[in-house]
Design a binder for this molecule. Structure first.
Ligand code: URA
Length: 209
């Protein structure tokens, strides 16, 4: 079964409180999401493999460690996922960035791909799929489908706030995808918003309504 990791670091929890606050304006909201994304990137990369190398310090030759294993790809789900990219890239500047755009079919209510652009070497990378909100899980499940269809093997999903319904749906559809969140909220309301949540992440990031 996939694992669910809740990042309870005090800095993440503190900043998340102000992200949730209805009185936080667009500029501050954006900055806070960026900061939390950086902190989450620090945590989510904790298990990256290392290998030993040699380095010559000004004092002597010594053994030291560098990252080994596959390179990383970061994939925001459009559009709100974009708000977390710069924060992640501050820690992993060499990562390549793909994009996945989905819309909800008005008849089936299922998410449908309208845009997918990924690094050419998909199978050679480990992926972090990013969306601030894991609500019903429909978009996350479809985005993982899109990645897998194109050859991605190892995928982590990262979001700020998840609803239990979304976690369950993603776990069920993709038991191999670990889920990393800053907070697991209570439920979804009748409009598909996470309760208590933070409202519409895209609108709050981009100042739209
Ligand atoms: N998407 C959002 O932006 N907010 C929610 O609460 C649910 C889905």
């Amino acid at each position: 079964m996939p694992k669910v990791f809740v990042f309870d670091h005090p800095l993440i929890q503190h900043k998340l409180t102000y992200i949730r606050d209805v009185n936080t304006g667009t500029k501050e909201f954006r900055e806070l999401v960026d900061e939390v994304a950086t902190l989450m990137a620090f945590e989510i990369t904790r298990d990256l493999p290392l290998e030993e190398t040699e380095v010559e310090t000004p004092v002597q030759l010594t053994k030291s460690k560098v990252l080994a294993g596959k390179k990383l790809g970061i994939v925001p789900i459009l559009r709100a996922g974009i708000g977390m990219i710069d924060g992640i890239l501050k820690l992993i500047p060499a990562a390549k960035v793909g994009h996945i755009g989905l819309y909800r079919d008005p008849e089936t209510l299922q998410p449908v791909e309208y845009y997918v652009k990924l690094p050419a070497d998909v199978a050679e990378r480990d992926f972090i799929l990013v969306d601030p909100m894991l609500a019903t899980g429909g978009s996350a499940v479809e985005a993982v489908n899109s990645l897998k269809k194109r050859g991605a093997i190892h995928i982590k999903f990262m979001c700020l706030i998840a609803a239990p319904e979304g976690v369950e749906a993603l776990q069920k559809a993709h038991p191999d995808v670990d889920i990393y969140i800053a907070a697991l909220d209570e439920k979804l309301n009748d409009h598909g918003y996470i309760v208590p949540g933070l409202g519409d992440a895209g609108d709050r990031l981009f100042g739209t309504k």
